[in-house]
Ligand binder design. Structure first.
Ligand code: CAO
Length: 416
């Protein structure tokens, strides 16, 4: 049985942060009803389209396993349908701009009056404070959450990362908040608000960078390669290039073919317990006896030279050869994989992390399945809904409206 079977989620989310959250809940078996504006629906249906007139991959890849109902909630019949749905639901999720849900008439005070057991879950860009009224997209969250100032190379500008830590990261945080609130409701019998600000989500993911900011008070960060180069630290966490964020130094190293293949690289970690094996494998046995290299402490001011030397060895092997030599020796390293390699990775396909889905208009496409594996609740990925595909089903089966009422609503402005 699916873990969240029987839980109904009103999904009033759009773009990426909210939809990633509700998609996860749908994969775990919740009945997720996506409410979309009549006409175009979620704006991502038509953004970054690769095929004319077909729901974009942007939309399809974020809205699996959901049902879609079109509803103009500014129309009186639309409001009535929404309120009836609120009465039948466990969770109401939204990620509108600040103040929007209140202007619609469905802020926390109002929604509780309709259903005291409901959980209202919201994503906003910022929490209370000077920026609370701001609209926010992914990269703004990455910048305001501290990620961009600590990403990139020391001599370059701040950088955003391809991992959608602002949107999908916040969606993950929100999903955990919702499931926790559902769990607490079992005991309290009450709903509650779940708020996640995208800035907060990114700050949480940048925890180790705040750690480093505080460590600077005690002196330079000696595991940063900047230290070995003699470049002074300022009073805040610097951009660390490809330095590892932890206690075991690491860097990205070129492999055979790097001149033509932008992804012919490995991430290589000089983990202290396997230092001897690293020296042996790259043919630098003399480092084992050399007091300038034999301890992790002694190596800290030479990291750039050490990685340059290891790279002379990795450049003679393909990235997969490096892994197949280092992995049995317990040397932690991993390949830089392109999206093409990920899409075609047989092991990711075997675990359902990469799946192929069939869409009635688009045809077959590749997507990311559920990355969280529950042994008792298998997440089968089902295609995203067409706009308003479940209008009739939701009005009749969930709201138990009779045919006359359904026809009246469909003829009103509520669904047009
Ligand atoms: N029926 C009637 N009206 C609807 C509707 C429906 N079904 N769905 C949406 N609308 C209306 C809203 O009521 C709002 O109208 P008003 O401004 O008149 O109240 C309008 O559509 C626009 O909604 P919005 O303010 O959320 O959208 P936007 O394009 O102005 O902003 C975004 C988009 C993402 C910047 C903003 O929603 C936001 O900041 N959200 C919170 C943070 C977030 O989740 N960001 C991540 C997005 S993914 O990168």
């Amino acid at each position: 049985m699916e873990a969240l079977k029987g839980i109904t989620i009103l999904d009033f989310t759009h773009v990426q942060s909210g939809p990633t959250c509700t998609q996860l809940l749908a994969w775990f078996g919740a009945n997720v009803i996506k409410i979309e504006r009549p006409g175009g629906g979620d704006i991502t249906r038509s953004q970054l389209r690769d095929l004319d007139g077909v729901d974009s991959l942007y939309f399809t890849m974020l809205n699996h396993n959901k049902k879609s109902i079109t509803l103009n909630v500014k129309d009186s019949s639309g409001k009535q349908v929404l309120e009836d749905l609120i009465k039948k639901s466990d969770v109401f999720v939204e990620n509108f701009a600040p103040g929007t849900i209140e202007r619609m008439g469905y802020g926390w005070e109002e929604i509780q009056k309709i259903n005291p057991k409901i959980i209202l879950a919201s994503v906003k860009g910022f929490g209370p404070g000077p920026y609370e009224e701001c609209k926010v997209y992914e990269n703004i969250a990455q910048c305001a959450g501290g990620a961009a100032s600590t990403t990139g190379f020391l001599d370059g500008p701040p950088l955003v990362t391809g991992a959608q830590i602002g949107d999908s990261g916040t969606g993950l945080h929100l999903a955990l908040g919702i499931v926790t609130a559902l769990f607490q409701r079992e005991k309290s019998g009450r709903g509650q608000r779940v708020d996640v600000a995208m800035q907060d989500g990114v700050v949480n993911l940048c925890r180790v960078k705040l750690r480093d900011y505080q460590r600077l008070k005690s002196g330079p960060l000696r595991e940063y390669s900047q230290y070995g180069k003699g470049i002074p630290f300022t009073d805040t966490t610097p951009r660390a290039g490809n330095d590892s964020g932890g206690g075991q130094p690491g860097w990205i190293l070129k492999c055979k073919g790097w001149e033509d293949d932008p992804d012919a690289y490995v991430y290589f970690i000089t983990q202290a317990p396997v230092w001897g094996k690293i020296c042996n494998v790259i043919g630098k046995e003399e480092w084992l006896e050399d007091s300038g290299y034999s301890t992790p402490e002694a190596r800290l001011d030479k990291l750039e030279f050490i990685f340059d030397t290891i790279e002379e060895w990795t450049k003679t092997k393909s990235k997969h050869e490096v892994i197949s030599i280092c992995d049995p020796l317990g040397i932690p390293c991993g390949p830089i994989l392109s999206m093409k390699e990920i899409a075609n990775d047989e092991s990711l396909k075997a675990t359902g992390t990469i799946v192929e889905v069939d869409h009635p208009i688009r045809g077959k496409y590749t997507t990311v399945g559920c990355p969280i594996k529950l042994s008792d609740s298998k997440a089968d990925v089902k295609r995203s809904p067409l706009l308003g595909e479940h209008n009739d089903e939701i009005l009749s089966d969930i709201l138990n409206y009779d045919d006359e009422k359904i026809n009246k609503i469909k003829q009103s402005e509520a669904m047009k």
